[in-house]
Design a protein around this ligand. Structure first.
Ligand code: DGY
Length: 386
């Protein structure tokens, strides 16, 4: 028999047994659970990605709820194990839940939580950081410096792209895409072109107002355009950031043909999900087009990169850290814990999952509601009146 995984136990005599498959940042989420009579077991095993079998062993015979991670495969096997153990609550510590088979959760009556609202600005800031780093070749220049290769200023040394007056393209202008667009427009006076099935009215109004402000100050106004196709964005933009959800329609959204449509000196940023880009085609494109640059936070086969990507000087790669600010990660932990706690306690579902401030205020008890349950309608869960 396999050795049990290491766990740390809080409030051993608590009435409800809650498992967290990973230690998470902050302590508020722990306190909120134990104050509400939960026995909390946090898996501390030194293993980055837990297998389905590992998690089944953590669930055991009696488990009221689980807080899990986006690296885990939450499907039929895990939801049936949780249901057998008497559990009806699961939350991903992530806004994305493409690792969760929601139909399987519905079948076993398990509520699936996620954590929107708290990572919008943090993720947009990383996309903006990658855009700047790619435009000004910061990673290449840093490596050059550390390698002791700098022997004096040269007119051609690490010449990159000026962003001011160029066009930023956003594919998927939801919360994160819009926050990123605002940063690039306001911070660097870029013009905006975006593609989304829905009109981003607030974003359009913001760019119009900012353009008027610049004009009134004697500066070149910024502009916006809603593209009627994604291809229009790819052809026209100098910097393109991808913000769609991953589903069947967005798998390999950026493929060989679409890469070929982009400007030779364009910059492509991806902080959404890896499979949105055909990574093999991307490596070929990076090889063939040395002035094309890419900034990637996510990869097609995480944690791996497709062969050749790591060697490309025109690629900046970071390990899925877009939400990794202290405030955001602590907030994600809190929201995930409150999703599970709320379902265990029979609380209703918060009416606006993006308005999460009341749950994050450390000076007041959180509302008696589940912050965000993605299958609440399918399970017929009541909505909070708060
Ligand atoms: C999410 O929450 O989906 C992010 O990818 C985590 O950084």
């Amino acid at each position: 028999m396999a050795k049990p995984l290491q766990v740390e136990v809080y409030n051993p005599n608590g009435k409800y047994r809650v498992v967290s498959t990973k230690p998470m940042p902050g302590t508020r989420w722990i306190n909120l659970l134990i104050e509400q009579d939960c026995r909390l077991e946090i898996c501390t095993q030194k293993k980055t990605i837990l297998s389905v079998e590992d998690i089944i062993s953590l669930i055991g015979d009696k488990c009221d709820g689980v807080i899990g991670q986006l690296t885990e495969d939450w499907g039929e096997k895990l939801f049936s194990a949780l249901s057998r153990a008497g559990g009806k609550a699961f939350s991903n510590m992530a806004v994305g839940y493409n690792n969760v088979d929601v139909n399987a959760a519905n079948k076993y009556g398990v509520a699936v939580g996620n954590t929107p609202g708290v990572l919008t600005e943090t993720t947009a800031e990383l996309a903006a950081s990658l855009s700047l780093s790619a435009a000004r070749r910061i990673v290449e220049a840093d490596e050059f410096m550390r390698a002791g290769l700098y022997d004096g200023w040269l007119p051609h040394l690490f010449v990159g792209n000026l962003l001011k007056g160029q066009t930023v393209g956003v594919i998927g202008a939801g919360r994160i895409g819009s926050a990123y667009a605002r940063m690039m427009v306001e911070g660097f006076k870029m013009n905006l072109i975006y593609y989304d099935l829905y009109q981003a009215t607030r974003l359009e109004k913001f760019v119009t107002a900012y353009g008027q402000f610049l004009k009134a100050n004697g500066e070149q106004p910024v502009t916006w355009k809603r593209a009627s196709t994604m291809e229009e964005v790819l052809r026209e933009a100098d910097v393109i950031s991808l913000h769609p959800v991953l589903d069947k329609t967005t798998y390999h959204l950026v493929n060989k043909e679409r890469l070929a449509m982009m400007k030779k000196e364009a910059i492509l940023i991806n902080c959404s999900r890896g499979p949105v880009i055909d990574e093999v085609a991307l490596v070929e494109h990076l090889k063939a087009t040395p002035m094309f640059r890419v900034g990637l936070d996510v990869f097609e086969d995480e944690p791996y990169m497709k062969p050749g990507l790591a060697e490309m000087k025109n690629a900046i790669v970071v390990p899925h850290i877009a939400s990794a600010s202290k405030w955001t990660r602590e907030g994600m932990a809190t929201l995930a814990a409150l999703n599970v706690l709320g379902k265990i306690k029979g609380y209703p579902i918060w009416s606006d999952p993006n308005r999460v401030e009341p749950f994050l205020n450390e000076n007041a008890p959180p509302p008696a509601a589940c912050p965000s349950i993605v299958n609440s309608k399918a399970l017929g869960l009541p909505v909070s009146k708060l």
